[in-house]
Write a protein that binds this ligand. Structure first.
Ligand SMILES: [Zn+2]
Ligand SMILES: [Zn+2]
Length: 348
């Protein structure tokens, strides 16, 4: 009986230890990528970096009393960064299944409308904009009143494309151009960029703009915090060695994070200006619709200004499905630049 009790106790301990181990988030282990744990870790990191500063830096506390606006601005930036993080994390990246459901629902409603009141399908440059604003489906679907999702997707590809090659084998939906299945979210995402483990969600058409603003705010906060750390070390060096040691270690971590954030910000700014995604850039040669397109040609770009406008003015209530450019358009885009092109601001 005694060995049986020991075994039961050992099993219980192992189960408790396993649960405790799973509570600690780990980016490389999908089972331990607990969304709640990662969010708690991110908030704790911010609190530690800012808290240590206010705990050690008596000059900053003194300055707060004389110039409260300075500290207030810094704390507003901290709060805005955290709010932006939670907003981005909780936003939808634009799932194909949602867009498909809306189109099919609108199609069903449309079929009930008398033929005399039907409007012809109108889509700009072959791209389809699906707006989900309003309560009645079908009212805001300019490009797809008389069509099903399957036909809508097929029309975006060159004639003769097989629907089987466009169907996702995991979630069984037809993917429009630029969509990709995410194995973490287990859904297909429109304009898939990447799955962000820090946010616990994908970055796609629906939240890329929010993601950029989050990196921007995080970068600004890191720069400001770094300046405050350096100011402290300049004035207080050699007063208390252990405080300096903690501050120097935190400053090194901050500097490494800042380099990473700056590179990420620049990289995503470049992607936005050329209307590309991280996935398209990294896997360019493996993506069927990008194969054969010259390296310096950005097939979905509408010019820097238009790309920027489309990116900044994107609304979460809109799904923008971009068709594949024709061979003629690709040829036009790959034409070498002339002096006239520079004068007329030809887009890239
Ligand atoms: Zn899928
Ligand atoms: Zn994902």
């Amino acid at each position: 009986m005694f060995p049986a009790v020991c075994r039961s106790l050992r099993d219980s301990c192992a189960r408790v230890l396993d649960r405790c181990y799973r509570l600690f988030p780990c980016l490389s282990d999908p089972a331990r990528r607990s969304s709640l744990g990662l969010k708690a870790a991110l908030v704790t990191l911010h609190v530690v970096f800012v808290g240590v500063l206010f705990l050690f830096d008596a000059d900053l506390v003194k300055k707060t009393k004389h110039e409260p606006w300075y500290t207030a601005l810094y704390l507003v930036l901290l709060l805005a960064t955290l709010v932006q993080y939670f907003l981005t994390s909780g936003s939808s990246p634009g799932y194909v299944i949602d867009a498909m459901g809306y189109v099919n629902e609108a199609n069903a409603v449309f079929r009930k409308i008398p033929a005399s009141s039907k409007q012809p399908a109108s889509s700009k440059n072959g791209n389809v904009v699906i707006s989900v604003e309003g309560s009645q489906p079908g009212r805001n679907l300019p490009g797809s009143h008389a069509t099903s999702w399957t036909k809508l997707v097929l029309d975006m590809y060159p004639p003769g494309t097989s629907i089987r090659s466009l169907t996702c084998s995991y979630c069984n939906v037809e993917q429009p151009p630029r969509a990709k299945h995410c194995h973490d979210c287990e859904r297909c995402v429109l304009q898939f960029d990447h799955h962000c483990v820090w946010l616990g969600t994908c970055v796609g058409q629906g939240n890329h703009c929010r993601f950029w603003w989050y990196i921007f705010e995080e970068t600004a906060l890191s720069i400001w915090t770094g300046i405050l750390y350096i100011s402290y070390l300049k004035v207080n060096i050699a007063r208390a060695w252990w405080k300096d040691a903690i501050m120097i270690v935190l400053l090194v971590i901050l500097a490494i994070s800042l380099i990473f954030l700056l590179l990420l910000l620049l990289f995503h700014s470049y992607l936005i200006l050329t209307n590309q995604t991280t996935y398209e850039l990294v896997r360019r040669r493996r993506i069927p619709y990008l194969r054969g397109i010259p390296e310096r040609v950005y097939p979905f770009s509408n010019g820097v200004c238009r790309n920027l406008y489309n990116f900044c003015c994107v609304r979460t209530s809109i799904y923008n499905l971009e068709r594949l450019p024709t061979a003629r358009e690709i040829e036009e885009k790959s034409r070498p630049y002339t002096c006239l092109d520079f004068l007329t601001c030809r887009c890239c």
